[in-house]
Structures are given as structure tokens and as C-alpha cells.
Design a protein around this ligand. Structure first.
Ligand SMILES: O=C(O)c1cc(=O)[nH]c(=O)n1[C@@H]1O[C@H](COP(=O)(O)O)[C@@H](O)[C@H]1O
Length: 273
């Protein structure tokens, strides 16, 4: 999917919500555990109930890898289901990859070609030759970790290197990479106060913002500093939506939570019109 198509979907649905499919067998409704593929059945129900309220879905691969080959099969079925039934949805493989060049190319093939995701999250630590292989794929997006939502972000990302915080170095350096138009960045919702500085460096880039909901990030705060002329934000919530309840009506409860966020987003989009 191109960035323009994503922006079109955001205006059409009046939503820049991304729903995180971080599926945990211990948290899903018990009746689904009897299904042949409980993870896929859970995802399918959530997607069917929420697709009109969200523009993106983000399965975090850890939640699938943890179940071995069966988990990978559930992930594959989920992306195939999304691509066949809801082709206008932007898909994110949250895998946080990145390695020497030839290895990164294989990671990129896995998520862009084999699984046909629109994007993948990538760690910038190994630098240019570890990121550029992902950027070489046309109409695919590489979402680079810039300033993450967790406490550990202060260990390295906000530390100054040659007089400038590391996350700013990541932004400034990566915009000079080949095919950098295919870059987006992760900025945690819990770090909203950094967004005006971030927007000075990457005014036009899309930002994936996780941390709203279970981690306590605030949507309005993020929008105040993070919106750009093309909206430029994908706000992710995982646990706050998909585990809204664990009874038979779990998908309906998830849709109510998603609707709350979408209504807030709609209002914000109207305000900036
Ligand atoms: O790359 C991510 O998506 C990510 C980056 C970050 O800084 N913080 C963060 O929470 N995430 C992911 O976003 C999701 C957040 O989930 P909830 O806290 O349940 O909404 C998880 O899949 C995290 O791995």
C-alpha cells in the first residue's frame, strides 16, 4: 500500500487507529480454546468486528513465535485473511528485525514477499546497511524504532552522542538513507513531550505511536504535537482493545473500545480541517 492510499483510508474512515493483535492464549475467551486454531479464530473475530474503525493491524510476531510452528501458521492465516478480505487495511509485522545486509534482505523477503505485509518494524542499532535492504522494496514501509515507549528508552535513546540525543541521530541519519521515502518511525505515546522536537526533524514522515491504553499514553497529547498535514500518525492500542472482555461477547467489547478511540480521532480530524 502506498502512503497516499493510507492517507486516503484515514480520511475515509476518520480514523488513524492501529489495532495490535498481540494474542495470548491465557487471555482469550475459554470457549475459543476448543477451536482448531484459537489464535486465528480470535483474530478473525476481532478483525471482523473492528475493521471499519481501524486503518491498520499490527500483529507482534513474538505472540506467534511463542507457539512455534503453529503460531507462525496462525500469523500466516491472519495476514492472508486481512489481505483477501480487507485489502484497504495497512498491515504491520511488528518483528523489530535488523541485521547485516544479506540477513536483513532475508527478513525483508519473509515479511514483504512471503507474508505480504505492508510494513515491518526494524531496530536501527546496526545502521545503514542493516536498514537499506528493507527500504529497497517498492511500496513497502520500514518502521524504524526512534524513541520507544518503555522505561529502557532512557538507557540509550535519550543519551547524548556528540552533543545530540541518540534518537535524534537515528532520525537525522536515516533520512539520508537510500529510498528513505519508505521510512516511518516508532515513537512511544508515553513520550509525547518529545514529539515537537521529532516533528522538526521528520515533519512529513508517518509515526507509529504505540503505548495508548495499557501503557497510559494519551491520544490528545500525542496529536497536539504529532499531527502533520497528512495526519502522519498511526496510533496503536493492543491489550486495551483486544482484551476489553474475555466472555462470549469479546469482539463486541473490543469494537466498543475501538469506537471510543475512533470517535476521539474523528473529532480531532474535524478540529484540524
Ligand atoms: O514497535 C512497537 O510496536 C512498539 C514500540 C514501542 O516503543 N512500544 C511498544 O509497546 N511497542 C509494541 O506495541 C504494542 C503495545 O501493546 P499495548 O501496550 O498492549 O497496547 C506491543 O506489541 C509492543 O511490543
Amino acid at each position: 500500500m502506498t502512503t497516499q492510499e493510507l492517507v486516503g483510508q484515514i480520511y475515509k474512515k476518520q480514523s488513524f487507529l492501529c489495532i495490535g493483535l498481540d494474542v495470548d492464549l491465557h487471555k482469550m475467551p475459554k470457549h475459543l480454546l476448543d477451536a482448531k486454531d484459537p489464535i486465528f479464530e480470535f483474530n478473525k473475530a476481532i478483525i471482523d468486528a473492528t475493521h471499519h474503525l481501524a486503518v491498520a493491524y499490527k500483529p507482534n510476531t513474538a505472540f506467534y513465535e511463542a507457539y512455534g510452528i503453529k503460531g507462525w501458521q496462525s500469523l500466516q492465516k491472519t495476514i492472508q485473511y486481512l489481505n483477501s478480505n480487507y485489502p484497504d487495511i495497512f498491515t504491520i509485522a511488528d518483528a523489530k528485525r535488523g541485521d547485516i545486509g544479506n540477513t536483513s534482505t532475508m527478513y525483508a523477503k519473509a515479511f514483504f514477499e512471503d507474508m505480504e505485509f505492508d510494513s515491518v518494524t526494524v531496530a536501527p542499532y546496526m545502521g545503514k546497511d542493516s536498514v537499506e535492504p528493507f527500504l529497497a522494496f517498492k511500496n513497502k514501509h520500514t518502521i524504524l524504532l526512534a524513541l520507544t515507549s518503555n522505561q529502557g528508552a532512557f538507557d540509550f535513546q535519550t543519551k547524548e552522542v556528540e552533543g545530540k540525543e541518540l534518537y535524534k541521530q537515528v532520525l537525522e541519519t536515516s533520512i539520508a538513507y537510500k529510498n528513505s521515502e519508505n521510512l516511518m518511525y516508532v515513537v512511544g505515546a508515553t513520550k509525547a513531550e518529545y514529539l515537537s522536537d521529532i516533528r522538526k526533524i521528520v515533519p512529513n514522515s508517518f509515526l507509529l505511536v504505540p503505548g495508548v491504553g495499557a501503557q497510559g499514553g494519551n491520544l490528545k497529547e500525542v496529536c497536539k504535537y504529532g499531527l502533520n498535514t497528512q495526519v502522519g500518525l498511526l496510533i496503536n492500542s493492543s491489550r486495551g482493545i483486544i482484551y476489553a472482555s474475555n466472555d462470549a461477547d469479546f469482539a463486541k467489547s473490543a469494537a466498543s473500545k475501538a469506537l471510543e478511540l475512533q470517535e476521539e480521532m474523528k473529532q480531532i480530524l474535524e478540529e484540524i480541517k
